[in-house]
Design a protein around this ligand. Structure first.
Ligand SMILES: [Zn+2]
Length: 76
């Protein structure tokens, strides 16, 4: 029996679903929704990286000084 069909047994109140990432068959309650919306098995589940929740602030402090671009120098 291949692994693909390992979940082909009757379980009352459950159903067969395919993991969006590995493609193997699982029972409905074994899958969980990832933050991208994929339904994946426990092995494939990856929580969203905490760095994704950092908010960046635009840098709006005034610059300490400005220097105009120098005039071009021509050698004669
Ligand atoms: Zn999977």
């Amino acid at each position: 029996m291949s692994k693909t069909f390992a979940k082909d047994f009757l379980k009352r109140g459950s159903w067969n679903v395919i993991c969006d990432r590995c493609g193997f068959k699982f029972k409905g309650e074994e899958l969980q929704r990832e933050w991208q919306g994929y339904m994946v098995c426990e092995t494939c589940y990856e929580p969203r990286h905490p760095q994704d929740f950092l908010a960046s602030k635009p840098d709006q402090r005034p610059k300490p000084y400005y220097r105009p671009e120098p005039d071009p120098e021509f050698v004669e």
